[in-house]
Design a protein. Structure first.
Length: 736
């Protein structure tokens, strides 16, 4: 941009009312005559006054106290301008609000505007080495062509201010081989926000610092770096502390005309594209938790500091990418992009989207050498891949770079796949797979129903205590219980199940009192922990009937129970990409149990009680899906279990007439059902928990009176597929 000569500027003064102040000081107040002033080595104070244009040469101009200048202000040759809480309004053709030529200005809480040209021009004479500086604090700069222009190595500082271009082709700020710093400020232009170019009369780089500031190009780019007259511009740009760049055309930075832009982004989250024309360069650096969301086109280099992130929104090209514990994310999961690099170094994570059902994926293409260790976080999916061996993830031109999947695998449908390297290419490995967490959660929930059913049931003694001490009387009972199971085997793998619940019931004698007929109901909650952030729960509501026969003379007894359950199941699956998938369904279960044994009295009030128990449970088959697309269908789940055991104890009659009965129990249980098939994404898995386990327990029954009894049990079990680290049962029975 060519700066007008001082002669031209002075000739703009209207001679009819111009007043010359030379080698002196004058003060203008609100009741003085409105005039145009020319200052020569003088001082003019405008205090709550009105004037027309002011031209200052080697002079001081002080405008304050809500003053108004209706015209341009031109300061040159070491002049000093101070504007405080006032207005300067230029309306003539090509009139700038304030022009500084080798001069300084301090503008506070004021409005500087031009209806036809720039709000503020900070410059110098063509052949001079004396630059201009301006500090604008809490003020507004407005111009039809631009808010402010800085040329010739001069400098502008904006503090809590606005610089606005109002015309369709305007800019908010323009630098030509100059410097500007904006703190807590807003800069906007009708086309571009900030333009940076080359001043052929004072060649040098542009320096721009944006600190907690916001730049907007209404129809163009937020920042434009462009050369002039065949000479490329250089711009060193700092974007700090929550600053934003918004381009109406989607570009936060454009570099053209053989120019070079070096931009450091610190502690800011930017959105927009960086577009570099052929023959130009852009070098970007992100530090201090900065992020950039946008497409990079022909960027020469990108350096991402610790915990910084680049989120791609389109295919991008970067020459040299350097990572330092930072992240590159390939946009949203429903779009797939390619990143072309000339080289890669450092250590970082690439978050890549995949659609395995269609064989689509993001792709990292490095034409040159790649070094360092890099993690690949691929988007998980509940759908099955077309062919996982054909999903190409990374290509390099050489180097010793290492790529690995985060967590060692990626969850795809029913399986989790590993990564395979083939020369300079990396693929998903179809031969290195394990059951996915989603599948494990599905299998575990289908497996859990029988365990839930048995935990609610237990034996006659655990359910109702030692009912012989109460005689054949009608009564009611309440039981609270908790169990911990560790399950392994089958395709579900290992998981933990924690159960807590309560049962209550009431019964009445029949006939001569040897039979008790009763009803029961209850509720339990079972929590599943499958590790890796995968869990499930089962809410069980149940009701049943039972019939118990006791023969006091022989000691034989029989107990039969039939119980129906409503099971509400839900699962939360921790996926390989850090997301969660959820699903829920409800099903029904029906089971029956019969127990028979004999209570044999021994000397000294000891007793032994051998028993046998058989149970059968069937759980309704169900189809359900997780919200990531995984689909499961289970046939009915069956369990057939037998148990042989013995209880040994002793009765103690206490002084208060109550009876205490401690006992030990041991037994062996066996699961006979060998196969419960579950289909996950049309692939069949087997829930086989058949096998034996040893059970031991200790308990006590306390008969307080003919009507009241308390009892407690503690159990432990260990088996082929199911261990029970602990079980606890507390109950009370009242007879009437």
């Amino acid at each position: 941009m060519q700066v007008p000569s001082v002669v031209t500027l002075l000739l703009l003064a209207p001679n009819a009312h111009a007043r010359l102040i030379e080698n002196g000081t004058e003060t203008i107040r609100h009741d003085d005559y409105i005039d145009t002033f020319e200052l020569q080595n003088a001082t003019l104070n405008v205090i709550r006054g009105w004037t027309q244009a002011i031209y200052a040469n080697a002079s001081n101009l002080n405008v304050s106290a809500d003053s108004t200048i209706l015209g341009t202000v031109v300061a040159q040759n070491g002049s000093n301008v101070a504007v405080d809480n006032s207005r300067i309004t230029a309306s003539g053709a090509y009139e700038t609000g304030v022009t500084l030529l080798s001069s300084t200005a301090q503008i506070n809480d004021s409005m500087i505007s031009s209806a036809d040209y720039h709000g503020l021009l900070v410059s110098k004479f063509t052949n001079s080495t004396d630059i201009s500086t301006a500090t604008v604090n809490g003020s507004v700069l407005v111009g039809a062509t631009g808010g402010a222009v800085v040329t010739g190595g001069s400098a502008l500082e904006l503090v809590r201010s606005q610089s606005i271009g109002t015309g369709a082709d305007s800019f908010g700020l323009r630098l030509e081989s100059s410097a500007a710093r904006a703190s807590g400020s807003n800069i906007s232009g009708g086309r571009n926000g900030i333009e940076m170019s080359f001043d052929r009369h004072a060649p040098g780089p542009n320096t721009l610092i944006l600190d907690d500031s916001h730049v907007t190009g209404t129809t163009g780019a937020a920042l434009l770096v462009d050369g002039a007259r065949g000479q490329g511009a250089v711009a060193n740009i700092e974007v700090r502390n929550g600053s934003t760049l918004t381009g109406g055309n989607g570009n936060l930075l454009e570099v053209k005309g053989g120019s070079t832009a070096n931009m450091n982004i610190a502690n800011s989250q930017l959105k927009g594209d960086v577009v570099v024309s052929s023959g130009s360069q852009a070098h970007l650096q992100l530090t201090d938790l900065a992020s950039l969301t946008g497409r990079l086109e022909n960027v020469s280099s990108l350096s991402l500091g610790e915990q910084s992130m680049w989120v791609m929104t389109g295919n991008s090209q970067v020459g040299d990418l350097r990572l330092a514990d930072s992240t590159v994310k390939f946009g949203d999961s429903d779009a797939f992009y390619q990143l072309d690099l000339k080289s890669l170094s450092g250590q970082g994570t690439f978050v890549m989207g995949t659609d395995f059902a269609q064989g689509l994926t993001d792709f990292l293409n490095i034409t040159g050498d790649a070094t360092g260790h890099h993690d690949l976080l691929l988007t998980s999916s509940g759908t099955e891949p077309v062919n996982p061996g054909d999903v190409h993830i990374v290509h390099t031109g050489g180097g010793d770079a290492q790529f690995a999947l985060v967590g060692g695998n990626v969850d795809v449908g029913a399986w989790s796949y590993g990564l395979r390297q083939d020369g300079n290419d990396w693929f998903l490995d179809p031969n290195n797979r394990t059951v996915s967490p989603g599948t494990r959660s599905v299998l575990a929930l289908f497996n859990t129903a029988p365990t839930v059913w048995y935990g609610e049931m237990t034996s006659l003694r655990s359910r109702m205590g030692e009912i012989r001490h109460n005689g054949a009387a009608a009564g009611g009972w309440l039981r609270a219980y908790g169990n911990k199971y560790e399950v392994s085997g089958g395709d579900a793998g290992a998981y933990e199940q924690s159960q807590r619940g309560f049962s209550l019931g009431a019964d009445t004698p029949l006939g001569e009192g040897q039979w008790l007929l009763g009803v029961m109901a209850g509720h339990s909650t079972s929590d599943l922990d499958l590790s890796r952030g995968t869990s499930g729960s089962v809410q069980s509501y149940y009701a049943g009937l039972y019939a118990t026969w006791l023969d006091e003379e022989s000691g034989y007894y029989f107990d039969g129970v039939i119980k129906a359950n409503r099971l509400n199941n839900d699962s939360t699956v921790g996926l390989s990409d850090g997301r969660q998938a959820k699903g829920k369904y409800s099903t029904n279960a029906l089971g029956a149990s019969v127990e028979a044994g004999r209570h044999i009295k021994l000397d000294n009030d000891f007793f032994i009680e051998p028993f046998a128990q058989a149970s059968v449970v069937t759980v309704q088959g169900k189809s359900y899906s997780l919200d990531n697309g995984l689909k499961a269908k289970g046939s009915h789940t069956d369990s057939v279990q037998g148990k042989l055991g013995v209880t040994v104890g002793r009765d103690f009659m206490l002084d208060d007439g109550s009876m205490l009965q401690p006992y030990l129990r041991g037994g062996v249980a066996h699961e006979f059902a060998k196969s419960n098939k579950v289909s996950v994404n049309n692939q069949t898995f087997d829930n086989n928990l058949s096998g034996s386990r040893v059970e031991v327990g200790v308990g006590v029954a306390l008969t307080l009176s003919q009507n009241m009894q308390l009892h407690a049990d503690f159990d432990y079990g260990q088996g082929k597929h199911v261990d029970q680290p602990w079980g606890a049962n507390f109950g009370v029975r009242y007879s009437w």
